[in-house]
Design a protein around this ligand. Structure first.
Ligand SMILES: Cc1cc2nc3c(=O)[nH]c(=O)nc-3n(C[C@H](O)[C@H](O)[C@H](O)COP(=O)(O)OP(=O)(O)OC[C@H]3O[C@@H](n4cnc5c(N)ncnc54)[C@H](O)[C@@H]3O)c2cc1C
Length: 187
């Protein structure tokens, strides 16, 4: 695991490290991840490196933004945490936003409000915007505007081969990701 710390910019944790328990824990405390290694990704490049590292060692891969949707804990896996990837930008004229993997809805709601805009977010401001959207995204404005997933233009995803792909409506992967959650890569 020492090699991994050199290859990524973000922190790497293994069981017993200070910070390991905090890093693996999220909102849902009923199920607890006990991964073999955690990569606290700071960029898409860290995500790519982590996925390639895991693939070369046959380690299962899991990803967590906030832990609101934890269902199957990642045991003996490589867990990629994305909460450090908290950047986003809003284009008020286009009415669009580009959102990184670790962004929680509250940040986007607050920034969009300054432009008189609102995202198609859900009931909890602390849920992750990306995974909420990958799961469909049934928000408070669903009756007027539909699912959040139906408004996505482009996704940037690192697939299991460690390649980064930008996909949009012409691509099968794009449609698979919208509703398929984490089954096809790390967005
Ligand atoms: C209090 C609460 C309120 C909610 N309200 C709503 C609501 O109003 N409407 C609604 O539609 N849903 C709602 N949900 C469900 C929520 O949208 C999903 O559980 C969502 O997946 C949580 O995303 P997260 O990033 O916060 O959680 P996480 O547990 O970090 O992630 C959830 C899932 O997404 C995967 N994932 C995380 N990041 C990525 C990534 N970058 N790429 C690929 N996969 C990724 C994870 O592996 C995991 O399987 C709510 C959940 C809670 C706990």
């Amino acid at each position: 695991m020492n090699t991994l710390s050199v290859l990524v910019e973000g922190p790497v944790f293994v069981p017993g490290d200070a910070g390991y328990d905090t890093e693996r824990s999220g909102f849902q405390l009923a199920g607890q991840h006990r991964p073999a290694v955690i990569v606290g990704a700071t960029s898409a490049s860290d995500v790519r490196t982590a996925i390639r590292f895991a693939a070369a060692r046959d380690l299962p891969i899991a990803v967590q933004a906030t832990g609101h949707g934890l269902t199957a804990p990642a045991q003996d896996a490589l867990l990629i945490t994305t909460h450090r990837m908290s950047g986003f930008r809003i284009d008020p004229a286009a009415g669009t936003a580009w959102i990184e993997a670790g962004v929680r809805w509250k940040a986007v709601v607050d920034a969009a409000a300054e432009h008189g805009l609102a995202p198609l977010s859900g009931s909890s401001p602390s849920v992750g915007a990306v995974s909420y959207t990958l799961g469909g995204g049934i928000g408070v404005l669903v009756r007027s505007y539909g699912l959040a997933a139906d408004h996505v233009r482009t996704l940037e995803v690192v697939t299991a081969d460690g390649e980064m792909r930008q996909v949009s409506a012409g691509s099968d992967l794009f449609w698979a990701l919208l509703g398929g959650g984490n089954n096809f890569g790390v967005v």
